[in-house]
Design a protein around this ligand. Structure first.
Ligand SMILES: O=C(O)C1=C[C@@H](OP(=O)(O)O)[C@@H](O)[C@H](O)C1
Ligand SMILES: C=C(OP(=O)(O)O)C(=O)O
Length: 410
């Protein structure tokens, strides 16, 4: 299936954003670890959260996390610490996303984990048992989810856990998010330099309300930047959010979008401001990279983005996906061999007629390219259902905002 999307002339709307999937998935793990009797308020109903809910409700010892990185990594640590024999698998792409740094660290702590197919990658067979803890070394340059997964089980270990982080630590705000949520459940940790120390402690169950997803908000910022008269109220966002992607508020003024905080969210408005060239290091906000790459091209603002190295091991190789699909729209992007940088210096080519934007099973490809309908008058997005991974109501919300969507069978 494909969607052909047409923009409204003006934008004035109120959108209730989806709950954060990163918070939802942490809180599910923390509720289980604390044997919490409290229901979670405003838990996400996205696919990545549903696979974790299904795992917790299942009688089976075989779990399929589909494409959910957080569910894969968090469950691996959780089950390594839980008596029993478990198998965790995912979709084909999940079986191409490395997990060995986490598995090696768990094995160093005494866990029994086997690779069922390719060495270093899911699916995994885990013989879970209580882990005593101690000191471990873990590289921080592949995925912060490995660190978060270990941290959440750390207070259960008799000797606590010291994680010595090695190499560059990417996606740091997600580690802070984990520690911040653990603290809400009564657990304290100390992060000094490259060492994180968690003593043996008891989790204290607590009622939690999940705040809205700042990464999902980014698509509305992008849309607002492209429509001359735009005002969007986004409900559910917190000003003092632990989500690193709330940094949007500081980044979008340069692309012509201002933010006003209101008691239950924000009002974003189109302004006349525009950067001559946009520079940013996305090492702390990798999930915003696609939004900014596409928005800058559509706004004709050249950019140089660094810190994008982790994009190649996410839902798809996002660097290649961005380059390929933007080329169809007439934008020629350059990256360096190591994928650490992505640049656009305004080089153009002829856009393809009736280009179909492929989404590579990546929700963020669909959502970041949807705003292309504004300067191009319409855009065709292939396999639009991919948005369910984090924002199932994305297309309904676009319709509510005045976009027209035609379904096309391919
Ligand atoms: O911990 C989390 O909730 C996440 C961490 C990030 O992954 P990496 O740490 O692999 O960059 C991010 O890209 C992902 O969408 C969610
Ligand atoms: C990378 C993402 O998710 P995950 O790694 O949890 O699959 C994402 O949502 O952009």
């Amino acid at each position: 299936m494909q969607y052909k999307i047409f923009p409204p002339e003006k934008l004035q709307t109120t959108i209730t954003l989806p709950p954060s999937k990163s918070i939802s998935n942490r809180v599910l793990i923390l509720n289980a670890l604390s044997c919490s009797p409290y229901p979670i308020e405003n838990l996400s109903n996205c696919e990545d959260t549903q696979v974790l809910i299904d795992a917790f409700n299942s009688d089976s010892n075989v779990f399929d996390v589909k494409g959910a990185g957080t569910a894969m990594r968090f469950l691996t640590a959780f089950l390594a610490e839980m008596e029993g024999e478990w198998i965790i698998r995912g979709n084909n792409r999940m079986h191409e996303r490395p997990i060995y740094p986490l598995v090696n660290t768990l094995i160093a702590l005494g866990a029994e984990i086997e690779y069922l197919e390719k060495e270093g990658y899911p699916p995994l067979k885990i013989k879970g048992k209580h882990l005593g803890g101690g000191e471990v070394y873990l590289s921080g340059n592949m995925s912060s989810q490995f660190v978060s997964a270990l941290l959440m089980i750390a207070p259960k270990m008799d000797n606590g856990l010291i994680i010595h982080l090695e190499n560059e630590v990417i996606s740091k705000p997600y580690i802070h998010l984990t520690l911040g949520l653990m603290e809400k459940y009564g657990v304290k940790a100390k992060w000094e330099g490259k060492d994180i120390t968690v003593k043996h402690q008891e989790y204290v169950p607590t009622p939690i309300k999940v705040e809205a997803d700042w990464s999902a908000a980014s698509y509305w910022y992008s849309i607002a930047s492209l429509i001359p008269e735009a005002e969007v109220t986004l409900l559910g966002l917190n000003r003092n959010s632990l989500q690193g992607d709330s940094n949007l508020v500081n980044l979008f003024p340069d692309l012509g979008v201002s933010t006003e905080f209101i008691p239950d969210g924000v009002i974003i408005r189109k302004t006349k401001k525009s950067a001559k060239k946009f520079f940013h290091d996305f090492v702390n906000e990798p999930d915003l990279a696609q939004t900014f790459v596409v928005a800058c091209c559509l706004l004709n603002v050249p950019f140089l983005f660094s810190g994008v190295q982790s994009l190649k091991i996410k839902e798809t190789d996002r660097i290649n996906a961005l380059k390929t699909e933007l080329l169809k729209l007439g934008y020629v992007l350059k990256d360096d061999n190591e994928y650490r940088m992505l640049e656009w210096d305004k080089e153009r080519c002829f856009p393809q007629k009736n280009a179909v934007i492929e989404t590579y099973n990546d929700h963020r490809m669909a959502m970041s390219f949807a705003p292309a309908c504004i300067p191009f008058e319409s855009v065709i997005i292939d396999n639009p259902g991919v948005v369910a991974k984090s924002y199932p109501k994305f297309w309904d919300d676009l319709k509510k905002a005045g976009f027209t969507i035609e379904e096309k069978k391919n």
